[in-house]
Design a protein around this ligand. Structure first.
Ligand code: ADP
Length: 499
């Protein structure tokens, strides 16, 4: 490797980066069949920090076989209480390696290290513990049947089987654990494919799972590209369910691939989430929330509040505060102390985001803040605020996945019309309402076509709260008990007691 790594990186993460990473199949690190490798970059510098193996369809076959053997073998035989203990041990190991995981997450995803350490690493340990609790508590029911004579009927909740999990690059740790934890809790086995751009922490999680005593083959990690590796998972006849987070376009491809064996499919896709600020809101808090929602992790969040609607009476005050905050956000390497916003993930993503900003301007929007790139290296886009945005403009209608806020005002007090405007999108992931009126809060929450509604808050990252979207934002819910349901089948058993 030619790169000199950031001086703030700890020894453990340095050692990890220097290893020759393979695929984690059946408890062993193995080379990809093709022998091909991909460069892994630090998006804040654009430099290579590691390489990863590129899995092909035959590697996916190996991983699926290992997952099937584990599902039918040791994992099936573990009791719920044993699974709970293993998951709690896994969570402890994550905490024991918190600094290393935070370093790796930061240098590969670009997110400021403090968020990686206090948000992502803490969050995934919590997610494991939350789901570990369900292991011994989930179960079936004893429905009151009305069949003639006497019957004993009950339902069983059983693991769906071998699950393929395909995740994106924005939150490599979180996205992995939102999928791994409910799968482990329910007794499924896993073939996880992280993004080709951010495979490092998933590999480390796989090792820690083994160290925790989770049997080989339960959690397999195949690194590589969407095509061939992701496509092979989606289409694999030996995979019983595929869970995907990423773009709508890829989600549709996965759906097609999955149609062969009609495997279960859950999709967590994009969003174009509205933030609605009423004039009675705490406007300073609202402005801070608006900025965190769209500028945190450079807007690379599916639930980012990217369309801002502010009541006319509050518009100038809120927009002034938003612009002030946007202009003062400190951009930098996630490992530099004081960095508030890092880069976007790649040159390609930077070009895409800049393309949207330019198209917005060409279509009549005005720049209130940002609008350019910055830094001598790496992929930095300034926190950007566009005003004068209208439906029909690409910046209004499409998910940008960058630090670009589209601001609009409304002069109406009719909640039906306000919500109809905010709902006029193909997406339905999240919505954020800012008001001090309890009635407005509850009424708006009911009117929003979104899987997640936050009131006077920009997000609600709790393992117990279901996460997923209406409309084209996806199918199914991750987190909470809903995730347990997504990884299980229900079996109705009816016993005729009259014979
Ligand atoms: P992004 O634009 O965020 O990279 P994608 O939806 O393309 O979003 O990627 C998310 C994940 O989907 C990544 O792990 C990627 O490798 C994977 N992927 C991309 N294309 C395919 C495909 N055709 N089939 C399955 N997985 C894919």
């Amino acid at each position: 490797m030619t790169t000199s790594l950031h001086p703030a990186l700890g020894e453990a993460s340095r050692n990890f980066l220097q290893r020759e990473h393979g695929l984690l199949i059946d408890g062993c690190m193995v080379e990809a069949d093709s022998g091909r490798r991909t460069d892994i970059l630090d998006p804040a510098t654009g430099e290579v920090i590691a390489t990863a193996a590129e899995a092909s369809a035959t590697d996916v076959d190996r991983a699926v076989d290992a997952a099937r053997r584990a599902f039918e073998g040791p994992w099936r035989k573990t009791t719920p209480a044993e699974r709970t203990r293993l998951m709690l041990r896994f969570a402890e190991l994550i905490e024991a390696h918190a600094e290393e995981l935070a370093d790796l997450e930061c240098i590969n995803s670009g997110k400021p290290r403090v968020f990686c350490r206090n948000g992502d690493v803490v969050g995934i340990a919590e997610m494991l513990r939350y789901m570990a609790g369900w292991t011994t508590k989930m179960g079936g029911q004893t429905p009151n049947v009305s069949l003639p004579g006497e019957w004993h009927a009950y339902t069983l909740r059983e693991p769906v089987g071998v699950v393929g999990q395909i995740i994106p690059w924005n939150f490599p740790l979180n996205m992995a654990m939102w999928k791994i934890a409910p799968a482990l809790a329910t007794g499924c086995t896993i073939v996880l494919k992280p993004s080709e751009q951010t495979p490092l922490t998933a590999l480390r999680l796989g090792e820690l799972a083994l160290e925790a005593g989770i049997p080989p083959g339960v959690l397999n990690v195949v690194t590589g590209f969407g095509n061939p590796a992701g496509a092979a998972i989606a289409a694999h006849p030996g995979v019983d369910k595929v869970a995907f987070t990423g773009s709508g376009e890829t989600g549709r491809r996965i759906l097609q691939g999955a149609s062969g064996n009609l495997k279960r499919v859950s999709l967590e896709l994009g969003g174009k989430s509205p933030v609605i600020v009423f004039p009675d809101a705490n406007l300073e808090a609202a402005a801070a929330g608006v900025c965190s929602s769209i500028f945190f992790h450079a807007g690379q969040i599916c639930a980012a509040g990217s369309r801002l609607y502010v009541h006319e009476r509050a518009y100038d005050q809120v927009l002034d505060a938003v612009a002030r905050r946007a202009n003062s956000i400190r951009l930098g390497h996630g490992l530099d102390v004081g960095t508030e916003m890092g880069p976007v993930i790649s040159r390609r993503q930077l070009d895409r985001v800049m393309g949207y900003i330019h198209s917005g301007q060409e279509q009549g929007a005005t720049l209130l803040a940002g609008g350019g790139t910055t830094g001598e290296r790496g992929f930095f886009v300034q926190p950007t605020v566009l005003t004068g945005v209208k439906p029909g403009m690409a910046v209004h209608d499409e998910e940008i996945f960058g630090p670009v806020l589209c601001a609009m005002s409304f002069d109406d007090d009719d909640l039906d019309r306000i919500s109809a405007t905010a709902n006029a999108t193909t997406y339905g992931l999240a919505a954020s309402i800012w008001t001090s009126d309890l009635g407005t809060a509850h009424k708006m929450a009911r009117r929003m076509q979104a899987g997640i509604v936050n009131v006077n808050a920009l997000s609600s990252p709790d393992s117990a709260l279901p996460y997923g979207g209406y409309k084209q934002s996806g199918w199914g819910r991750e987190r909470g008990y809903d995730a347990i349901e997504m990884y299980t089948e229900v079996k109705a058993v009816a016993i005729n007691l009259n014979v």
